[in-house]
Design a protein around this ligand. Structure first.
Ligand code: NI
Length: 255
């Protein structure tokens, strides 16, 4: 069994065949899916999916791209959603200085407020960080302290950043971009992640594995990522599946 710890089945990319995609994931031995909300609407739809399917869980988050438009009302209704028992994490939340869709100032404000919610509820966090390593770690430390329950989603840093994330207690997840032909550098980093901190994710509909590039990604493709990690680590795919599944269950308290 494999766990897809991060995908966006609520996106309109899945509008026409969502149930089929979920059925295919089941047939591909995906034992649990965490659908990650990245907006107010997406968070609500994540919860609706989690209520419809036993093996789907919801993370509630507002993407840093939305930081300029979030109002206080939104945050109040967001808070109320966190009490649903299928909600197992806060995410994705964080900073995105690559696209800077919202101002840095508003991104930081939103990130701090959502981290505070996670802290109050005792929920793990799913962190989105693009080109914002220093500020991401600084804010995390400031709000959450030194020991954090969470995952650095779609990891994109060097050895030094990895070391600092691990020291803070973070898990690390790679998406199917690890299977890309030009992912040599990322594979070197993946080699350094201790197995007991590693999680799998598709980030579907994005970052489709090399074998299906150009198509939409879906949770059923996650075994391509598990196979890549098995090659990188030089261990069997069963072991990759077993350990990453245990890690996901432990971090998100699921199954
Ligand atoms: Ni995502």
């Amino acid at each position: 069994m494999l766990i897809d710890t991060h995908c966006h089945l609520d996106f309109k990319d899945f509008e026409s065949d969502r149930d089929d995609v979920i059925e295919r994931a089941k047939r591909a031995d995906v034992g649990a899916i965490i659908n990650v909300g990245s907006s107010m609407a997406g968070t609500k739809e994540s919860i609706a999916l989690a209520e419809k399917y036993d093996f789907i869980y919801a993370a509630c988050g507002i993407h840093p791209h939305d930081a300029d438009r979030v109002r206080d009302d939104d945050l109040n209704s967001f808070r109320a959603l966190l009490d649903n028992k299928k909600v197992i994490a806060l995410g994705e939340i964080g900073l995105d200085y690559y696209k800077n869709v919202s101002s840095k100032n508003n991104q930081e404000k939103l990130f701090r407020r959502l981290l505070k919610e996670a802290k109050d509820k005792g929920l793990p966090v799913i962190i989105h960080n693009r080109d914002a390593h220093e500020d991401t770690l600084g804010i995390l430390k400031d709000v959450m302290g030194d020991s954090i329950k969470g995952v650095m989603h779609c990891f994109s840093g060097d050895e030094d950043f990895l070391e600092r994330c691990l020291r803070m207690g973070f898990c690390v997840s790679f998406t199917c971009n690890l299977t890309f032909k030009n992912a040599g550098r990322l594979k070197e980093i993946a080699k350094l992640v201790p197995m007991d901190r590693l999680l799998l994710e598709t980030d579907a509909p994005f970052l489709t594995p090399q074998a299906f590039r150009g198509k939409r990604n879906e949770p059923g493709y996650i075994k391509h990522l598990a196979e890549e990690i098995s090659r990188i680590k030089g261990i069997g795919i069963e072991e990759v599946a077993g350990i990453t599944t245990e890690n996901a269950k432990r971090l998100f308290s699921i199954c």
